[in-house]
Design a protein around this ligand. Sequence first.
Ligand code: GZL
Length: 338
Amino acid sequence: MKRWMGKMGSMVALALSITLLGACSNGGDAPKETDSAGNPGGSSAKSSIVLGFSQVGAESGWRTANTKSIQESAKEAGFTLKFSDAQQKQENQIKALRSFIQQKVDVISFSPVVESGWDTVLKEAKDAGIPVVLTDRAVDSKDSSLYVTFLGSDFVEEGRKAGQWLVDQYKDATEEVNIVELQGTTGSAPANDRMAGFAEVIAGNPNLKVIASQTGDFTRAKGKEVMQAFLKAHKKIDVLYAHNDDMALGAIQAIEAAGLKPGVDIKIISVDAVKDGMQAASEGKINFIVECNPLLGPQLMDIVQSVVDDKAVEARIVVDETTFTSEQAKQALPERQY
Ligand code: GZL
């Protein structure tokens, strides 16, 4: 359990940080901010708890659902949301966090686009007495006092689930099974961890071989482009492991354009379970989907309220999620919320 520092401690730190910010803020315009309804400028009235949120971008169906959940939950909670879209650039997130510090928001939350390079700006937030809540993706900082908690999935476990399905499918294989892998954004926690968890589990079957692994940056366009290259370079591909549905859906376009049947000629495992991915799975084009729950908004707002109320918060909060075969996806599709 963790608590944020008391007010007095932060007043002293605040005085110090104003000097620091003068030295390290790099000017330039901070990315545009919107309020919880998505209107530009964020709302100035300090009518309630003010939450500054820096979002990765809008790169995938998962991200869109995550943003909707956060904006709707902030509105529901009556919080003033200052929301910034970083277009998948770390420098934009750092600018946004510095802007939130200068605006003296009550709490900062963000989904770090990559794991590294956050200590300086997180220290500025700490010195300013502003608590930080990580959601969705983690940072690799050694100093866990720089944030109150990390709310998000266990990506290593997601990779293990993907790998275990493959091990079960090919437990009697006598020939080599050629796997190609579409990695998420280079340096991001989901890409690093989904790769590690998958590799850990398939190591149990020497026939399962990753013959190519490259980033598709979590987008459909890049997923299609990289899959086209894989198909050109390798005459026998048995399995595609995509770190998210959007890259899998782009790859399906490339596979079909090559005259092959996705889910049949090339087995496909994906992660997220967004609607379009579940639709493809229900049609047998994706064989197994590991769910990654984007609906973090309600839990995030509860955490923000607890932090403001100086209540203890778990240092790590893992979200519940499951998996779907094609048949299970067909059954679940009508009820899916995203
Ligand atoms: C995972 C999230 C990833 C999704 C992708 O929590 O960070 O980023 O799996 C998204 O779809 O782009």
